[in-house]
Design a protein around this ligand. Structure first.
Ligand SMILES: C[S@@+](CC[C@H](N)C(=O)[O-])C[C@H]1O[C@@H](n2cnc3c(N)ncnc32)[C@H](O)[C@@H]1O
Length: 201
């Protein structure tokens, strides 16, 4: 979905706000579990987690400059030292993360790409799942949440070939950790969530 244009949301300005914009292998903190959200939007979910779980380290990946700017504003206002923001498409994941360095990946309300000819653009598509499996640690977890039933059902079939499904929830309760989309979509119907544990090779 196209985001509202923000004049200050230039690469140069985002870099001055601490947003990382050119792929390089990240020197991740060794002591803290690493949690990554892909397609963070305006960042309500990941900034709330980073605020409440200071013993963990969080990374927001977002390819849209305008919404990245909103995450960076929240990070600054909330003084979150345990959050990095990457302005990059998720497809570059392996240019940022070494294998087996991430504890958990979150996909929240990713674009559903409903037309069959666009399914390969989905963030749950098998080629992306292969990348997540590379960067996740041995018992790493992928969590996917959406309001879009057919996208959810299709994603279950992609996921079950790569992950051991530990939770399939067809009516997720509200929680303190909800994205901007979740807050809106809850007014219209059910929220679905699946959690998968990385399968051992
Ligand atoms: C439907 S919005 C949901 C935003 C947020 N997760 C929420 O629930 O409010 C999808 C977001 O994913 C981002 N996105 C889509 N494809 C992406 C990709 N390949 N890499 C990184 N971000 C992506 C979009 O820019 C957009 O901000």
């Amino acid at each position: 979905m196209r985001q509202r244009h923000i004049k200050q949301a230039t690469i140069e300005h985002l870099e001055t706000m601490g947003v990382l914009t050119s792929p390089r292998i990240l020197d991740l903190p060794k002591e803290q579990p690493i949690h990554v959200e892909i397609g963070s939007g305006k960042g309500q979910f990941i900034t709330s987690l980073a605020h409440d779980f200071k013993d963990c380290f969080f990374i927001a990946i977002e390819m849209d400059k305008n919404v990245c700017f909103r995450i960076a504003e929240k990070k600054s206002a909330m003084q979150l030292d345990n959050l990095w923001i990457l302005l990059t498409p998720a497809e570059t994941l392996l240019e940022w993360f070494l294998p087996q360095t991430v504890d958990q990946i979150y996909l929240n309300f990713s674009d559903p790409w409903p037309k069959a000819r666009h399914h390969k653009r989905r963030l749950t598509w098998p080629t992306m799942l292969e990348k997540y499996k590379v960067v996740l640690k041995k018992d790493g977890i992928l969590q996917f949440r959406t309001d879009h039933l057919s996208f959810f059902e299709d994603s279950l079939t992609y996921l079950e070939h790569h992950f051991d499904l530990t939770e399939v929830n067809m009516a997720l309760d509200e929680s303190p950790y909800m994205t901007e989309y979740e807050v809106k979509k809850r007014l219209m119907g059910q929220i679905y969530q699946v959690k998968g544990l990385k399968q051992h090779d």
